[in-house]
Design a protein around this ligand. Structure first.
Ligand code: FPP
Length: 247
């Protein structure tokens, strides 16, 4: 109960999650190849990381590549992976200097060894960062994460590490890729689509949702402020009544 009360009193966003959508449409509107949209998408990522650090948002989760994205044309998958590598190489020094810690979630076994190595290297180099944690969801699917967590939990029960009757919400939470991180307060999705598309399914149980028609490459400080202002007007009840919250 005390944790819930702390969340309600804290009206600012501690953990922001974003489904970055609309890179392809941004490019199409300009008669450009999809890759140009993804390149501008990376610029938007850099912008929003800076904006979140300035606003003292402690956790930023970005849906960068879903488990379903593996089904895109190989050339697009390759281009996204090389944009990711360029992003890591160009940002790691800045991340260390600004105290931004990288944390990667998803089924990393499907990524190439070079991508995995680059991610592990930046995670290690930024591990002491205390200002913000940047959570990149790569090869990520919410259901897949829950299945992997359930398997891990089942193993813990089988070897007697945990009693089945003691097994609760927090036991599964501890097996997720996001173990130890707070749940998102606000989930933003760009590009006008109004769905969560398998992103952080367990963790967004009580997140506020904000949908905007703005395409991801056009998302910037003004758009972020609109979302944060809207969030500050929302009343989070976590299943309780208005009277309970007010008191
Ligand atoms: C959705 O746009 C976006 C993605 C599938 C990938 C998001 C990737 C980036 C922003 C760039 C890489 C990120 C990092 C962190 C380096 P879409 O292609 O689905 O757009 P559409 O729906 O308009 O076609």
């Amino acid at each position: 109960m005390s944790e819930i009360v702390i969340d309600i009193v804290e009206s600012s966003v501690q953990h922001l999650a974003i489904i970055m959508d609309g890179n392809g449409r941004w490019a199409k509107q300009r008669d450009l190849p999809r890759l140009a949209g993804h390149q501008q998408g990376v610029e938007a990522v850099k912008r929003i990381v800076d904006e979140c650090v300035q606003r003292k948002i402690r956790y930023l989760s970005l849906f960068a590549f879903s488990s379903e994205n593996w089904g895109r044309p190989q050339a697009e998958v390759d281009a996204l992976m090389s944009l990711l590598l360029q992003f890591l190489a160009s940002q790691q020094q800045k991340m260390v200097a600004e105290g931004i810690k990288l944390h990667v979630i998803g089924d990393l076994s499907r990524l190439s060894i070079s991508v995995r190595d680059a991610l592990a290297d930046v995670e290690q180099k930024t591990s002491l960062g205390e200002n913000m944690t940047l959570i990149l969801a790569l090869s990520y699917g919410g259901r897949d994460e829950i299945v992997r967590a359930a398997k891990q939990a089942a193993k813990q029960v089988l070897v007697g590490e945990i009693e089945i009757d003691q097994f609760d919400d927090s036991s599964l939470t501890a097996c997720l890729d996001t173990a130890g991180l707070p749940d998102p307060d606000l989930l933003i999705r760009t590009s006008g689509e109004v769905r969560v598309s398998n992103f952080l399914l367990w963790q967004t149980a009580y997140a506020e949702m904000y949908f905007t028609d703005v395409l991801w490459p056009d998302f910037g400080s003004e758009e972020l402020d609109k979302a944060l202002n809207e969030y500050s007007r929302r009343k989070r009840r976590f299943g309780l009544t208005d009277d309970q919250i007010d008191s």
